[in-house]
Design a protein around this ligand. Structure first.
Ligand SMILES: [Zn+2]
Length: 234
């Protein structure tokens, strides 16, 4: 490399790229944080939904209980009425009603037993899953807090890296820096200063003209790739 300004510009570029890397990492943190927070919200909602489902089964069980009690008091009422009726067919009608209510109670009780088993199984599964999910949520909270630490560290690093870049820039010719900044806007992605190897630009990997190729050997002024406009050197 014949041009000392290119050498200086390469240091600027190194430090600039270092700043960019830290900035990109910093820029990803809010996304990472919201992803973790969204997970926690979803998992919490899952726990709530499971809790709600369990509660609904309990409510259903209580309703069955109430229904059984209502039928039991109806039976008691029918029996009292039976003591009072005079006619045989009225008495028989009440007996039929009592039998019917008793059958209904049996059915309700069967359903209640099924439901109690269901509740037990559901509760057991729920408690197990809840513990797993809560452990996961705790882990994600730890990650969020680590993310905060990383953010703080990166913010400090980016300041240091920016300061280092400024030092390198102070040491470099304004003309070269102006071209560097222009190329940076144009190319978006580093390198902005690229070596020509085997007649190819190290930035766009396309073949440069002979004129650029030989010009790149001359120090004292910047040279540019005729394909991508990056600053090139040989
Ligand atoms: Zn190029």
């Amino acid at each position: 490399m014949a041009d000392p300004q290119i050498e200086k510009l390469l240091i600027v570029q190194d430090r600039d790229v270092a700043v960019q890397k830290i900035e990109q990492e910093l820029a990803r943190i809010p996304q990472e944080r919201s992803a973790l927070e969204a997970n926690i919200t979803a998992e919490t909602a899952n726990i709530e939904a499971a809790k709600q489902a369990l509660k609904e089964k309990e409510v259903e069980r209580n309703e069955l209980d109430t229904e059984v009690k209502a039928k039991e008091s109806a039976i008691a009422r029918f029996r009292t009425q039976q003591l009072e009726v005079k006619k045989n067919d009225e008495y028989r009608a009440l007996t039929t009603q009592i039998e019917q209510a008793e059958n209904e109670i049996l059915e309700l009780e069967e359903r209640e037993i099924e439901l109690m088993l269901e509740i037990d199984t559901t509760r057991e599964t729920f408690e197990k899953e809840k513990a797993t999910i809560e452990a996961r949520i705790a882990e994600q909270r730890v990650q969020i807090s680590q993310l905060g630490d990383r953010e703080t560290n990166l913010k400090a690093s980016v300041k240091e890296a920016q300061a280092a870049e400024q030092i390198a820039r102070k040491d470099t010719s304004e003309q070269y820096l102006a071209h560097y900044d222009r190329v940076k806007k144009l190319c978006k992605r580093p390198p902005y200063v690229a070596r020509i190897e085997a007649h190819k630009c190290g930035g766009c990997h396309l073949r440069v003209s002979n004129e650029v190729s030989s010009g790149a050997l001359v120090a004292g002024e910047p040279h540019f790739c005729d394909q991508c406009a990056r600053i090139v050197y040989a």
